[in-house]
Ligand binder design. Sequence first.
Ligand SMILES: Cc1cc2nc3c(=O)[nH]c(=O)nc-3n(C[C@H](O)[C@H](O)[C@H](O)COP(=O)(O)OP(=O)(O)OC[C@H]3O[C@@H](n4cnc5c(N)ncnc54)[C@H](O)[C@@H]3O)c2cc1C
Length: 291
Amino acid sequence: MKPAAFEYHAAGTIDEALALLAKYGNGAKPLAGGQSLIPAMNFRLATPAVLIDLNSISELAGVASRDGVLQIGGMTRHRALERSAEVARHAPLVTLAMPFIAHAAIRSRGTIGGSLAHADPAAELPAVMLALDARMTLRRQTAARTVAAADFFIGLFATALEPGELLTEIEIPHAPPRSGFAFDEVSRRHGDFALAGAAAHVVLDAQGICTRARVTLLSVADRPVIAAQVAQHLVGGAPTAERIRAAADAAAAHDIDPTSDIHASSGYRRQLAAVLTRRVLERAFQSVVPT
Ligand SMILES: Cc1cc2nc3c(=O)[nH]c(=O)nc-3n(C[C@H](O)[C@H](O)[C@H](O)COP(=O)(O)OP(=O)(O)OC[C@H]3O[C@@H](n4cnc5c(N)ncnc54)[C@H](O)[C@@H]3O)c2cc1C
């Protein structure tokens, strides 16, 4: 199918894009990599009256590191994140998750801002942002605000973004010393959306006691989920194999209530959540470099 008719405007600057969004209001949609929006328009699941193309806005793309924070422009391509030494150094969980996103051709076009704004519950980056306590800068013509990842994803393909707002920047705090990370997922074929996935960020103190144990799960609810049981079981103690297993089992039993669909049953997703949570925790603790 072909998309319904729409007006097209290419913005050259953030200000231009915000002015166009303000002018066209609810009927307008920003166009980033187009890897989700264009298929949705071709199927007429999305019928925006106006597309505002962000692809020529150079100030919206790039990675910088300042004052203990990694700053990523909304139009930064997946491929650029995957290859960024700055990202690998300060937020290695992002680097670990990137190869799980679709295929290289899609990662060459797709952007972090597009992925987060689209908020597919099976997408990797929303869960990674939640695991890393990222913050999103949302700008409109007259104002800007910052929203924590925990408040940004509010439902199925739904975010805190309001009409007229653009996700301009994502901020990720630099990983503290003695951090460990891991990402894993199960999908039917490489590049498919995950049936379930897990991201982990852990921190140990100098004595080997766990001071942070954050696991987020994807594709088990309408949005990424923090496995709260993991921190409850692990923070304050040494991460033994028994504790990790108990934490993973408790997370799968109490932190999620997955639904069944044509891809996987609820029970299978719960089982995957337990296995993946244990796996990412084991790997994350093993990856901590003592200082
Ligand atoms: C075959 C295939 C397989 C895929 N597999 C995966 C996968 O395994 N995992 C995964 O995570 N993704 C997957 N994707 C999606 C891909 O990662 C997309 O790149 C991503 O979801 C959307 O990014 P985009 O830049 O293409 O955004 P677009 O498609 O251009 O936009 C998506 C939505 O976000 C809005 N938007 C875009 N940028 C902004 C912004 N800066 N501010 C506010 N709103 C904005 C748009 O208006 C639109 O509503 C797949 C896509 C395809 C085609």
